[in-house]
Each structure stands twice: as structure tokens, then as C-alpha cells.
Design a protein around this ligand. Sequence first.
Ligand code: NDP
Length: 243
Amino acid sequence: MKMQDLSGKIAVITGASSGIGEATARLLVDEGVHVVLVARRVERLQALAAELGDSATVEGLDVADSAAVAAMFARIKERFGGIDLLFNNAGIGISSTFEDSDPADWKTMIDANLYGVLNCTQAAIPLMRGREGAMISSVSSVGGRFGAATWSVYSATKFAVVGFHDALRKELGEEGIRVSVLEPGAVWSEFGENVSEAIHERRLQLDALQSADVAQALVFAFAQPANVLIQEILMRPVKQIIP
Ligand code: NDP
């Protein structure tokens, strides 16, 4: 299969301290990419960076903090000049029926899943101009295409990411900046609050995806020729027929 050489590219990965983000960091480094690892749990990022060596930089912050995000992209510009990939992967899911849900949890999810994407994307766009094959990819979800009971607010944030991307693609396409969205179904990771037992059972039943499967889809999209946009990847365990 013909893929582009990614060596020397610079990628910012949010939510790199576990799951899909961590797996993506490993795969991109294998392909010769320098990765900027972003999340709140700095010690996790440092442990990963220690494994990845000179190919990784650690940035401990909350993606919902717009000032911290802007300061990070200013540092990245200073050090690297620009970036080739923004992988907006940081996110959180708190399960509850809507009637019983806590508004504080709505805010936590909207802050991370939506404001995080907006903050990082707005700060990243100027750093991507003029870089061949630059790509913004955000992780939505199967829950960003279909609703599921007990995930209403999570689903609202992920639908928002899909709508945001469809508009952003139309703003940036002519400049050659690729805007791509990933919509995974059930994945084995640390994802999911309030549901640890249930989610574990469901993942077993569905033979859930591994984080590395999702990472592979991201790298496949990024490694296409610069004129090729993989606009959307909806992927799920084959046994996950609902939703
Ligand atoms: P994990 O819980 O393993 O990873 C989530 C990552 O997001 C962690 O690195 C966490 O780091 C980071 N994160 C969360 N909130 C913030 C924040 N406010 N600021 C910075 N980083 C943050 O789960 P996944 O790997 O599964 O999740 C990755 C993405 O995939 C999420 O967007 C999720 O919604 C999506 N997804 C997951 C599915 C699944 O079944 N697992 C299915 C479909 C989509 P830290 O806590 O250190 O900040």
C-alpha cells in the first residue's frame, strides 16, 4: 500500500495520557513523527515520553483552559515553527439518564469534548498554513452519529464535533488543510465514568476495538497524499450493531 512518508512531521495529540491518544502517539513515532503529548496527568505523559525518547514533548494542561492552550501553541510555534497534525482526541464520557444527570457533569463533558476541540483548533490553524498535507482530525464517536440511552449529553457534544467539522472543512479545504473526523464505537480504554462494570461487560460482548485499531485509522488518513481527504471514518466492532 502506498502511504506518504511522515518522518519529520509534527503532531499535537490531546488526550495522550491513555487509550486512543497514547496508542496514536506510539504509532506516529514509529512513522518518524515528533509528537506533542497533551493531557492533565503529566506523570503519565512523562512516562510515555521517556519511552518515546527525543520524539516526544510533554504539555500538561486542560484543553478547556483557552489561555493555557494558546500559550502551548505559542511555545510550539517558537520551537517547531508549525504543526502538521492536530489530533483532537481528549474527551470524557459520564453516563446517566438525562433526568438524573448532574449539570456539573454536563459542563465537564462540554468543556473537554467541545471547548477543548474549539480551543485547540483555533490556536492550531495559523500554525498549519502552508504545510503540505496538514490535517486536523477530531475524535467524535458512533455516539456522535446515533444517540444511545444514558449518553445524551455526551452524544450532544459528539454530534457537535461532527457539525463543527463539516463547516470547518468548507472553510479550510481550499487552503489545503484537511479536516477529518473519526467516529469509533466501543474501544477498550479507560473511557467511561459511572459505568465501569457495565461497560466492561459490553466491551467483552462486542469484542471491542483496541485503541491501536483507532490509531491505525488515524495514521491511514494522515498518510494519504496531501490532496486526499479522508473526511470521516465511522468504525466499530463488527458485533456492535446498535446504535
Ligand atoms: P481514555 O479515558 O483512555 O482517554 C481520554 C484522554 O482524554 C485521556 O488522555 C485524558 O487525559 C484526556 N482528557 C480528558 N479530559 C481532558 C481535558 N479536559 N484536558 C486534557 N485532556 C483531557 O479514553 P479513550 O482513549 O477511549 O478516549 C479518547 C477519545 O475517544 C475521547 O474523545 C472519547 O470520547 C472518544 N471515544 C471513545 C470511545 C470508547 O469506547 N473508548 C468510543 C468513541 C469515542 P487526562 O485525564 O490525563 O487529562
